[in-house]
Design a protein around this ligand. Structure first.
Ligand SMILES: NC(=O)c1ccc[n+]([C@@H]2O[C@H](COP(=O)([O-])OP(=O)(O)OC[C@H]3O[C@@H](n4cnc5c(N)ncnc54)[C@H](OP(=O)(O)O)[C@@H]3O)[C@@H](O)[C@H]2O)c1
Length: 225
């Protein structure tokens, strides 16, 4: 895998792009307003980065990261993502995003998670829930080389083992261990409001606290609906 497509290149998407370039990948970043609005980010990222449309980023990526606001998940391109591993960073937190009636209805009985909704939109793709429970600034500061004593672990969930292996390799390359939390349906364990969602925040979200796999497993196990 050499190229990462990024759909939504804001705080999280832009941070993932920076870490991916540092990890040796090429990146194709995209947003809703057009590639010219990503000129500063592309200039910062250097020659292994370019900006394109979301469909082009989806097409170019060997692995694609979706990092758009939850309301925009219905606008993510479908066909160019077919057959690909797609990392879904999306969170739905009504305290931040306001209530979205259709999401409230779908999520009310806890029968579906947001990543399963993304998977339903992308039936030909292999969605892996990842990077949802780490503040973008923390994501940038806690990156560590493989084997570092204070390396942080991040949970992933997905229904396709090969896609989860892709996700783990990518997260390893950008400085993180992974904890396999099971199928996509288990993603509720680090949705907003759970212990694992805030695991890397200290007294304020600006304070980054590393956490190993055991700590992540403990937080996932402590989640209640
Ligand atoms: N911020 C965090 O620390 C954090 C941590 C974990 C997970 N998350 C989740 O990750 C996602 C991104 O969060 P963020 O904080 O990075 O948001 P953000 O800074 O607001 O960036 C969102 C990005 O998505 C793009 N976008 C919006 N609508 C789009 C569309 N229809 N097609 C393509 N791109 C579109 C925006 O581009 P334009 O500006 O051109 O519209 C922007 O580049 C959210 O779902 C959030 O809940 C955030």
């Amino acid at each position: 895998m050499r190229t990462v497509g990024i759909i939504g290149s804001g705080r999280i998407g832009g941070t993932v792009a920076r870490l991916a370039v540092a990890g040796g990948y090429s990146v194709v970043v995209s947003n809703s307003r057009g590639s010219e609005t990503l000129a500063d980010l592309v200039a910062e990222l250097g020659p292994r980065a370019r900006a394109a449309t979301p469909a082009e980023a989806a097409e170019a990526g060997d692995l694609v990261v979706i990092s758009v606001p939850v309301r925009a998940y219905t606008e993510v391109p479908v066909e160019p993502l077919e057959g690909k591993t797609v990392l879904d960073t999306i969170n739905y937190d009504p305290r931040l995003h306001g209530h979205i009636a259709e999401l409230d209805a779908a999520l009310a009985d806890a029968s579906i998670t947001t990543s399963e909704m993304v998977q339903q939109r992308l039936p030909g793709s292999h969605v892996v829930k990842a990077l949802n429970n780490i503040f973008f600034h923390t994501l940038r500061t806690l990156t560590r080389p493989n084997g570092a004593a204070d390396r942080t672990a991040l949970p992933i969930a997905g229904d396709d083992p090969d896609a989860k292996a892709d996700a783990s390799r990518f997260l390893d390359a950008i400085g993180y261990d992974t904890v396999d939390a099971g199928p996509l349906a288990e993603g509720w364990r680090w949705q907003p409001g759970t212990p694992a969602h805030v695991i890397y925040a200290g007294e304020t979200v600006q304070v980054a606290v590393p956490g190993n796999a055991a700590r992540v497993r403990g937080a996932l196990a402590a989640a209640t609906r």
